[in-house]
Design a binder for this molecule. Structure first.
Ligand SMILES: Cc1cc2nc3c(=O)[nH]c(=O)nc-3n(C[C@H](O)[C@H](O)[C@H](O)COP(=O)(O)OP(=O)(O)OC[C@H]3O[C@@H](n4cnc5c(N)ncnc54)[C@H](O)[C@@H]3O)c2cc1C
Length: 428
């Protein structure tokens, strides 16, 4: 057994781990963060857009100080079929209140900055080291085991992401399977700051968040995304894991197909590939959140299943921050009582229950069921584009508009449409 005993060992230097590490170190606790990647952020992927409402509570003026890419001032939602694309574009001025803003971010930069904040506050970070399991004495967690070495702590925060080996071995957290996960592949494509401003119609420092229901996923649950960074774009495809196992086309081929879509290809002309990554996304929602605490242990962020996809909005990073805030409160209270038992640490669950993240997860608990409906990813984008094509083409004597609409709607079936609308309104 090591001679050093930490107050807290944190597994994973992602958003959840670094923020928890920062908060606990600022409260004077001895914190060790262990990250398997060569540095914080080296192994992490997100679309990614960070909603600032939680991180601004931890780092006021986050948007000014952190290495964010652009403040989001454009929302795009597109319905794509093979050659066509119907889009909704909503542009807006950045909110005066920083916590109401959202930013495009690159995890390689963001996580490094978060880890630096934790270290400056006094946390210790070791990288390039994988935690293999929790260390237990009399059934209580009292540290971690890494490469045969035992490191002791009063409490361990498991923040090792969606595919947590620690959770799997210890019956904790989110249990990934093909029904509750998606997989995302993403490229960062450098095209230059000016090209982004021109091609996306963005002001300097302002950016777009773009989600696409696309035939790139061949009608299966998933879609494409683009987030504009300072001088690059993050472009990716997300596919439900169940569909991924049934599809004949691989995820990388789907990404290529999206890149060659007529609505996308001109935007990435002359782009240079600077990063490629793929990652699992826990999309099971509220009902898939796993066991969050035990004697000497708490589970945070994706490892807990705290992530939602509601079709037009994907969130996990802000939820990881909320879980870090709640965990830090519970650990500080446990430290002051000198008691890290499950009963005392369960304050984490009570704190988490008060957060916007958990309330939103509860609110959208039926979203995964809604998104299991493949018509959303196949029939509807096709229907919308075919109606648009009929409405906007003039090639002789026209039919009445209502007839054009009806023939488009017939392709999906009125009953299906009514059923899906009813379910959709109920779920969201
Ligand atoms: C394609 C894609 C798009 C997404 N888009 C968005 C978006 O736009 N907005 C949003 O908010 N969220 C998005 N998400 C979700 C978001 O990325 C996650 O919810 C978020 O990263 C969770 O943070 P975390 O700290 O819990 O886990 P992670 O960021 O996964 O961090 C876990 C850390 O633990 C480390 N680790 C793992 N195992 C071990 C081990 N055994 N020992 C030591 N270290 C270990 C990993 O290397 C990693 O650094 C997206 C995800 C994907 C994959």
């Amino acid at each position: 057994m090591s001679e050093d005993k930490f107050d807290v060992i944190i597994v994973g230097a992602g958003v959840a781990g670094c923020v928890a590490g920062y908060l606990l170190a600022t409260q004077g606790l001895d914190v060790l963060i262990i990250e398997r990647g060569s540095e914080a952020g080296a192994k992490n992927t997100s679309g990614g857009r960070l909603y600032a409402h939680t991180i601004e509570q931890v780092f006021p003026d986050f948007g000014l100080n952190a290495p964010v890419e652009r403040v989001i001032t454009q929302e795009r939602l597109s319905f794509m079929s093979e050659q066509n694309c119907t889009s909704l574009l909503y542009s807006f001025a950045p909110d005066d209140e920083p916590k109401k803003r959202s930013y495009s971010v690159l995890r390689a930069k963001l996580d490094k900055w978060l880890a630096q904040q934790a270290c400056e506050a006094g946390a210790e970070l070791i990288t390039g080291v994988r935690v293999d399991d929790l260390l237990k004495k009399d059934g209580k967690v009292c540290g971690v085991i890494s490469d045969g070495e035992e490191l002791e702590a009063s409490v361990v925060l498991v923040a090792d992401g969606a595919n947590s080996i620690i959770c799997a071995k210890n019956n904790l957290g989110f249990k990934p399977d093909k029904s509750n996960c998606a997989v995302g592949a993403k490229e960062v494509l450098t095209i230059g700051e000016q090209a982004i401003n021109e091609r996306f119609g963005c002001g300097s420092g302002e950016g777009a968040a773009w989600l696409m229901l696309s035939d790139a996923t061949q009608g299966h649950m998933g879609g494409g995304f683009i987030y504009t960074n300072r001088d690059s774009i993050s472009l990716g495809v997300v596919l439900g894991l169940e569909a991924a196992s049934e599809c004949e086309t691989s995820l990388p081929s789907m990404l290529e197909s999206l890149k060659s879509h007529p609505a996308i290809a001109p935007l990435i002309k002359d782009a240079k590939l600077s990063e490629y990554s793929a990652h699992v996304i826990p999309e099971g929602g509220f009902n898939a959140i796993g066991r969050l605490s035990g004697d000497g242990v708490l589970v945070l962020g994706d490892a807990a299943g705290l992530c939602i996809n509601i079709g037009y909005c994907v969130r996990g990073m802000d939820m990881a921050v909320d879980s870090a805030i709640a965990a830090a409160k519970a650990v500080v209270a446990a430290k002051s009582r000198g008691d890290f038992s499950a009963a005392v640490l369960s304050e984490y669950e009570s704190e988490l229950a008060k957060t916007a993240s958990l309330s939103d997860m509860r609110l959208y608990k039926n979203a995964p069921k809604l998104l299991a409906n493949e018509r959303i990813f196949n029939a509807y984008p096709k229907m919308i584009n075919s109606i648009m094509a009929d409405i906007f083409s003039v090639n002789g004597t026209s039919e009445p508009l209502r007839k054009k609409l009806a023939s488009g709607l017939k392709k999906v079936g009125f009953l299906n449409l009514i059923k899906d609308l009813y379910r959709g309104i109920k779920s969201l």
